[in-house]
Design a protein around this ligand. Structure first.
Ligand SMILES: *Cc1c(COP(=O)(O)O)cnc(C)c1O
Length: 387
């Protein structure tokens, strides 16, 4: 076992998939987003999620799809970014579903000489201004072109730019999506999907949706918004939200979603040196930290080379169920924590997991939630457990 590593619990992934597909069973199809090496969990995750009921997957590139096919040859797999027309043969080989972002792409695709009948999803730009159609006549034209080809129009979708926890833009995007697909015969299109995990959890199902896409939530994080709690200040905030909701006629926001999701990834390391530091001595680069009292520190073989970032905004690690603070700067490969007499060389150190939530890790590092998982998942050896 390497000194610093991540542990991925495959049973947790299966259990999360079960919990989500059961709770949101009004959707028939669950598209698991496994781009970015399955958010740093590795493509072993695909089979574990499939076991729990995720019945479609999506990646962002051919290379990712290739990796997945090493573990799973049959799962339905959508590539969210347009595959280079030059590489359509590879996409056919990988049995990919293709996303169609505009008419130009569709025309080049239809005129290439590949004879494989593809499943296609038309991508709608409902306000992100990234990929997708922005004109309803073009959307209709695309659907007609596909209908007259050897390919089939399996899906139509958009992606939200905002989470819609009291921002009017969320509803505007849903409305725009409906407008842009209004000339299509939706009864002929099996998969109509909007949004992401937060849209799934924080809002009621959009009437026309038949499928949903989930990323972060599947890996075990309940990202649903929380209530403000009690107290006068919070009552005022709640009242302000109600007012805002009424004024802009916003759709309902669902808070405090109860669902048993288990973070599947944890990160551990070991202690490589324990030493005494006297009051007044400095620790680490730039002598940035000065010991205020005599103390014991442990040196850990983990730094920004392990994808944790270099910031340590109040970072703590967990050893034997207790939290210990980082002292000094985080280096490329090492950092120090202030410990006590109870800690020895054999004690395992947890950087993520146990008492240390992804939210805490994100605040320590200044990295986003998914960014943390990607950073530590990709930069450390991963061990898979099923327990
Ligand atoms: C990444 C991505 C998702 C998943 O988002 P989460 O916030 O992790 O649930 C969904 N849809 C598309 C198009 C994406 O690119």
């Amino acid at each position: 076992m390497t000194d610093t590593y991540t542990v991925i619990n495959l049973n947790d992934l299966t259990s999360n998939a079960e919990a989500l597909t059961e709770k949101y069973s009004e959707y028939g199809t669950f598209i698991g987003i496994v781009k970015g090496d399955a958010y740093g969990h590795g493509y072993e995750a695909v089979n574990a999620l499939q076991k729990g009921g995720v019945n479609y997957f999506a990646v962002s590139s051919l290379e990712e799809a290739e990796e997945i096919r090493r573990f799973n040859t049959s799962a339905s797999l959508l590539c969210l970014e347009p595959v280079s027309i030059k590489r359509i043969d590879e996409a056919a080989e990988l049995k990919l579903t293709l996303a169609i972002p505009d008419l130009d792409y569709l025309n080049s695709f239809l005129s290439c000489d590949n004879k494989h009948p593809f499943k296609l999803h038309i991508q709608i730009d409902s306000g992100f201004n990234r990929l997708g159609f922005k004109d309803k006549d073009e959307v209709k034209k695309a659907a007609d072109l596909i209908e007259g080809s050897i390919h089939s129009l399996e899906g139509v979708y958009q992606h939200y730019a905002t989470a819609g926890v009291f921002d009017p833009y969320y509803d505007a995007q849903t409305k725009r999506f409906k407008e842009l697909i209004s000339l299509l015969d939706l009864s002929k299109i099996p998969l109509i999907h909007l949004g992401s995990g937060i849209a799934l959890m924080a809002h009621p199902k959009t009437d026309i949706a038949t499928a949903t896409r989930m990323g972060l939530v599947m890996y075990g994080y309940n990202i649903a918004p929380e209530s403000y709690g009690s107290g006068l200040k919070n009552k005022l905030r709640t009242a302000r939200d109600k007012h805002f909701q009424k004024k802009y006629n916003l759709s309902e926001v669902i808070r405090d979603v109860e669902i048993d999701l288990k973070p599947a990834m944890s990160m551990k390391t070991r202690i490589i040196q324990i030493k005494d530091v006297k009051a007044g001595e400095h620790i680490g680069y730039l002598a940035a930290y000065t010991a205020e009292e005599d103390m014991k520190i442990a040196v850990l073989p983990v730094g920004y080379n392990n994808g944790i970032g270099h910031k340590d905004n109040g970072r703590v690690v967990e050893i034997k169920g207790k939290l210990y603070p980082v002292v000094g700067e985080i280096g490329m490969n090492m950092m120090c924590v202030k410990i006590d007499e109870s800690i020895g060389y054999d004690d395992e150190v947890t950087l993520l997991g146990g008492k240390i939530t992804l939210g805490m890790f994100s605040r320590f590092s200044g990295l986003g939630l998914a960014e943390v998982l990607l950073g530590i998942g990709k930069n450390n050896k991963r061990y898979y457990v099923e327990e």
